[in-house]
Write a protein that binds this ligand. Structure first.
Ligand code: PLP
Length: 364
């Protein structure tokens, strides 16, 4: 039969009329960039996340970039970043001519290893970017303790964790800045690029708003050099429709993960949920020693799967000049060889979950 890695068409079928009505309103009002639909979505996000400010931006990468700019990161500053994450986490640092300093992650949670991070702190360290990878929060209390000790800005990369909760708080609300991505494949995904920065600090929110609009205030008077980092009205209306269903969809993701766990328990290491976390399973990720062979067998049966990520950031070609070597960050390196993500999407049926699980068990 086959199972896709992600089926956005199935999700769209459940919301099509509402999405198209929203899109029509944007055209009727010709409110394409920022404006009332973006403001409405920002207010809905702020309420959902329980933060004072949710600021719509162009994408998740720019959310990170703007946050680092707002934190005053300068050329030569060091920013600690886990080596096992999507490139954008480190790319934002390098874009400012600052230095990403890579640390390792925990093998079970896939999230930042604070011992490794603490060992990387120097006098030049100015910020740290924990990532809530695959949909569960990093040890944010630990990150905040480390940051307080060394006076670091904290940018929480919650691009994969909209709606995840840790000890009663939503992902992306722990730090000075919380960054989200609305890339279409995200659990809250738009119809193109989009992103968000959450903060409880009025002053930081003001700086973020200034920076997302070329540092312009008032019009054509540029106080600082910012970027073109605005969110579109079309994205906002689509995302507003989806936000209303997000808890239900995240709940279905958790059910799917539980069903996978039921199949794999006692046979494979299932992805553990860290104490205090509620995981939204942006990805359901196994660690398999014969990962590539399993992926090949799944592909032969038209079953989708994903490798996030095949290369740790300290070994990426573009960071060669930083001197990272194989063996520096062994857990990240091992995960790049073993991590395999299985299909998880809100409209996935139990029968599809069972088919994937059966194929995995036959392949390992
Ligand atoms: C962990 C992480 N950080 C940052 C980003 C960047 O988001 P975007 O693709 O919206 O720029 C992504 C998404 O792709 C991500 O998964």
């Amino acid at each position: 039969m086959g199972v896709p890695f992600l089926d956005l068409k199935a999700q769209y079928a459940t919301i099509k009329d509402e999405v198209l009505a929203g899109v029509a309103s944007v055209f009727d009002d010709q409110a394409f960039v920022l404006g009332k639909y973006v403001e409405a979505f920002e207010a809905e996000c702020a309420k959902y996340l329980g933060v004072k400010h949710a600021i719509g931006v162009s994408n998740g990468s720019d959310a990170l970039l703007i946050s680092l700019m707002a934190a005053g990161i300068q050329p030569g500053d060091e920013v600690i970043v886990p080596a096992f994450t999507f490139f954008a986490t480190a790319g934002a640092v390098a874009r400012l001519n600052a230095k990403p300093v890579f640390c390792d992650v925990h093998e079970d949670s896939f999230n930042i290893d604070l011992k490794s991070a603490a060992a990387k702190v120097t006098k030049k360290t100015k910020a740290i970017i924990p990532v809530d990878l695959y949909g569960q929060c990093a040890d944010m209390e630990g990150v905040l303790d480390l940051a307080r000790e060394h006076n670091l800005a904290v940018v929480e990369d919650a691009a994969q964790a909209f709606g995840a909760v840790r000890h009663g708080r939503k992902a992306g609300t722990f730090a000075h800045y919380g960054c989200f991505s609305f890339y279409p494949t995200k659990n809250l995904g738009g119809a193109g690029d989009g992103g968000m920065i959450a903060t409880n600090d009025d002053e930081l929110a003001d700086r973020v708003k200034l920076l997302r609009l070329h540092g312009e205030r008032p019009r054509y008077h540029n106080k600082v050099v910012g970027i073109c980092g605005r969110l579109d009205g079309l994205q906002a209306v689509v995302l507003s429709v989806k936000l209303k269903r997000l808890d239900q969809w995240n709940g279905r993701r958790a059910e799917i993960a539980a069903r996978y766990n039921g199949h794999f328990e006692g046979k494979l290491a299932t992805p553990p949920v860290s104490e205090g976390n509620s995981h939204i399973y942006h990805q359901y990720t196994l660690r398999l020693n014969n990962r590539d062979a399993v992926a090949k067998k799944l592909a032969e049966q038209a079953i989708g799967c994903g490798v996030y990520y095949p290369i740790p950031l300290h070994l990426q070609e573009c960071f060669k000049q930083l001197g990272g070597k194989k063996g520096d960050l062994p857990v990240s390196e091992k995960l790049c060889e073993t991590a395999l993500s299985l299909p998880v999407f809100d409209q996935m049926t139990d029968a599809q979950v069972d088919e994937v699980a059966k194929a995995v068990l036959a392949a390992v």
